[in-house]
Ligand binder design. Structure first.
Ligand code: COA
Length: 192
């Protein structure tokens, strides 16, 4: 049975252990396999993984297998356009002015990776649902995801309820940008 836990809910030692396992999955499943140098590899890890764990541990969610080992994870950013996310988006080239304007109603975003041997079992869908729930609870109206236009993940995102964004000025044709609304819980009537 798979269970789910955010980095912010882990003890410090569990957090370090689970992050190390998730990092192995990150390098195992990313299409980028070679790096010019150790520094380039570290920069790549920071950009797509480490910056998220540091800035938003409450939105970095692990899927754990029955042995408590990481089966997959979502590195999430609930509010890409806030000060707290400056390091994340400042390091990613596609966060241009026109991109930000087009995605202003979909301020959350994430990266997701599931261990190769465990793909296709519904873990990815559950991780997306967990992240969407966190975003809604934090008041975010919507989520965007970015992947290569030719990636197999496009079909996965569509199956998770995402649809392609309306083309915007300066959009990179090599990228697929997809969006999905969240459910923001309504505040109940105030107690008297
Ligand atoms: C994309 C990914 C997160 C989906 O997680 P998952 O647990 O395999 O997904 P689920 O079991 O919930 O859903 C299955 C669907 O995911 C997609 N999928 C399965 N394996 C995939 C893979 N290696 N790469 C991309 N998409 C994949 C398919 O659309 C599949 O549906 P199908 O069985 O009808 O073809 C996971 O496959 C993965 O980590 N892939 C490699 C890394 C990646 O592409 N990450 C996203 C980059 S933006």
């Amino acid at each position: 049975m798979t269970s789910y836990i955010a980095l912010s809910e882990c003890s410090p030692s569990d957090g370090v252990r689970l992050l190390a396992q998730a990092e192995r999955i990150f390098f195992e499943t990313t299409p980028t396999k070679t790096f010019e140098s150790a520094a380039a590899r570290t920069a790549f890890q920071r950009r797509w993984f480490g910056n998220y764990a540091d800035a938003h541990p409450g939105a970095f969610v692990f899927a754990l297998d029955e042995n408590g080992s990481v089966a997959g994870y979502v590195a999430g950013c609930p509010d890409s356009f806030s000060l707290a996310s400056k390091t994340i988006i400042g390091d990613i080239a596609y966060f241009t002015h026109s991109f930000r304007a087009a995605l202003k109603n979909y301020p959350s975003h994430f990266h997701i990776n599931v261990k190769s041997a465990l793909q296709g079992r519904g873990i990815g869908h559950c991780l997306v649902a967990w992240f969407a729930e966190i975003c809604g609870r934090n008041g975010s109206p919507g989520i965007h995801v970015v992947t290569s236009a030719t990636s197999r993940a496009v079909k996965f995102y569509e199956a998770c309820g995402f649809s392609s964004v309306t083309p915007y000025a300066g959009a990179d044709p090599g990228l697929a940008v997809l969006i999905r609304a969240t459910v923001v819980p309504q505040k109940g009537p105030s107690a008297t």
